[in-house]
Design a protein around this ligand. Structure first.
Ligand code: ATP
Ligand code: MG
Length: 278
């Protein structure tokens, strides 16, 4: 088998002062594939994503293995981590409005990502940025390059973020609810762009989402998280055949078009879902 991009074994995360761990023994590997992470609010999805980039100030992260390519992430210095972030591993966040600097031109922010990681001239970085804006299907990249974040739409902003995160050609992209702020049509466009990039560049993608339909259609595999643990891992196409009662509960709680007016199922939580398997 091809060497995995990422190997996570027994990842545990505790926020400073908290009495329980937010992530409790998460284990998975990632190849050149699209891996979905689903689970209810607070189950620890974003915490896992940020831990991979070591972007959790004040939290204690431990793991038996947290290997990214040849690097053991938990043993890297902050300086070494700076070289990893944005260059080899990057994260696309939910809302571009919070991630772009409001007082700088969009294009300059994209070009800067390139300048930071590669030795090149400003003109070269600018050309790279323009090409990448075009690759994420921005129709008039030269115009958008000159605009400020408040002048572009949410969908455009999300594409700019994707361009920025992919510019350095990372091996792993973590997308944390990248389309939840977008309307349905723009959302499909953004997913298509991500999909194309995964195919063409052979990167690994972690897609964090609440949306079971989205991961079913978009991902290869899905991890289901509950209370800081992975309760089940499935091929995305087998999602409807999930066995864990929590996953079954999530599936049953989805509204269906034409599904009548019967009340939606409510999760019947069992205390044993919280327990860690030996
Ligand atoms: N900065 C923080 N300090 C303290 N606790 C935190 C912090 N961030 C998250 N938590 C706690 O960690 C747990 C997991 O949160 P996390 O944000 O990872 O969940 P999530 O699955 O991403 O939820 P959502 O679907 O709402 O984004 C929650 O109990 C949350 O309250
Ligand atoms: Mg989250």
């Amino acid at each position: 088998m091809e060497k995995p991009i990422l190997e996570v074994d027994n990842l545990r995360i505790r926020y400073g002062g908290a009495s329980t761990e937010a992530v409790r023994g998460v284990t998975f590997t990632l190849g050149r594939e699209r891996l979905g992470i689903v689970g209810e609010s607070g189950s620890g999805k974003s915490t896992v994503g940020r831990a991979l980039l070591r972007l959790l100030p004040g939290a204690t992260i431990t793991a038996d293995t947290l290997r990214f390519g040849d690097r053991e992430l938990l043993t890297l210095s902050e300086r070494e981590m700076l070289k990893v972030r944005g260059r080899h591993m990057s994260m696309i966040l939910q809302d571009p409005k919070f991630s772009l600097n409001p007082i700088r031109r969009v294009g300059d922010q994209v070009a800067e990502t390139y300048l930071r990681h590669f030795r090149c001239s400003k003109t070269e970085a600018r050309d790279k940025a323009l090409a990448m804006l075009e690759a994420v299907k921005i129709r008039d990249p030269k115009r958008v390059y000159q605009q400020y974040p408040h002048e572009i739409s949410g969908g455009m902003g999300q594409r700019v973020m994707i361009a920025m995160m992919l510019l350095a050609d990372p091996d792993l992209v973590i997308a944390d609810e990248p389309t939840s702020a977008l309307d349905v049509t723009v959302r499909l466009q953004v997913l298509n762009i991500l999909d194309g990039l995964v195919r063409d560049r052979g990167i690994g993608l972690i897609m964090i989402s609440h949306d079971l339909n989205l991961v079913r259609n978009f991902c290869d595999r899905v991890l289901i998280m509950y209370a800081g643990r992975v309760v089940e891992t499935l091929a995305a196409r087998d999602l409807d055949r999930a066995e864990h009662p929590y996953t079954r509960g999530l599936l049953a709680a989805q509204p269906k078009i034409g599904g009548g007016r019967a009340p939606l199922a409510v999760l019947d939580r069992q205390p044993e879902w919280l327990e860690e398997k030996a």
